[in-house]
Design a protein around this ligand. Structure first.
Ligand code: F6R
Length: 241
């Protein structure tokens, strides 16, 4: 694992964007695994800028997101589909058929999960996976629990996740309680994994992920088994490393 500690959020974002830029430039038809949340917003801004300057072409790149809330229509401004359009897809030359997110509105969620895994497999798997980390150590919405789930699945969001994500909604009651998340297998099988974290609230989660015992109690700790991780962390989140 390569760990890069940056001074602040802006530097973390710049470094992350340049890693993704290099990857996409060298592998234009790659499969990019995307995260949402506040952590990667600056990185996406860097990618949009590079595209606007004519330095980055996404016409062949395929995208798979880690997760989506259940029961939020894609037009809802808190859905992850909306987030991705707002921060990346509406500003780059991605082909609509190359955009994939779990279908949180599906009538048959189990079938939607199986379809998502089949689509990932048909695409040849994830090449570069970007992940953030929850304060409770989740990756995607693989929440702390008794075991790791390999496949895409529906999950009841942990109380701490609902509390953490309430900042995006008008009240905590509006936060969806369930989501669909990619499982651990495609994340671990990605060719390269870019792990991002910033801010003091992530200190313990980052320490547990990178230095703690590998345990489903802190799902991101499984990333220690990935052979090609680049972790870009700002100084405040890296304090215990
Ligand atoms: C979202 C996702 C989550 C977030 C995590 C951190 O797609 O995969 O695991 O990365 O909740 O969220 P932020 O960046 O908002 O602190």
């Amino acid at each position: 694992m390569r760990i890069i500690i940056e001074e602040n959020y802006e530097d973390m974002s710049r470094t992350a964007a340049s890693i993704v830029k290099d990857y996409v430039s060298n592998h234009p038809a790659c499969v990019l695994g995307c995260a949402t949340g506040t952590t990667p917003i600056g990185m996406y801004q860097g990618l949009v800028e590079a595209h606007r300057e004519g330095k980055l072409d996404f016409s062949e790149t395929r995208f798979f997101n880690l997760d989506e809330y259940c029961g939020l229509d894609p037009s809802n401004d808190q859905s992850y589909t909306y987030f991705m359009k707002e921060h990346l897809f509406d500003h780059i030359n991605v082909r609509p058929e190359h955009i994939h997110l779990p279908d949180g509105m599906a009538g048959d969620i189990e079938a939607a999960c199986r379809r998502y895994d089949a689509e990932i497999e048909r695409s040849g798997g994830i090449d570069l996976q970007v992940v953030g980390i929850g304060i409770n150590g989740h990756i995607g919405f693989n929440e702390p629990g008794d075991c790791f789930y390999p496949d895409t699945h529906k999950i009841a969001l942990h109380e701490s996740t609902i509390r953490a994500n309430a900042r995006f909604f008008s009240s905590i009651e509006d936060v969806p309680t369930e989501a669909i998340t990619m499982g651990i297998r495609p994340i671990l099988q990605s060719k390269m994994l870019l792990f991002l974290a910033n801010g003091e609230s992530k200190i313990d989660a980052v320490y547990g992920a990178l230095r703690g015992p590998i345990s489903p109690r802190l799902p991101a700790s499984i990333l220690q088994l990935h052979p090609n991780v680049v972790a870009v962390i700002d100084r405040s989140a890296a304090k215990r490393l």
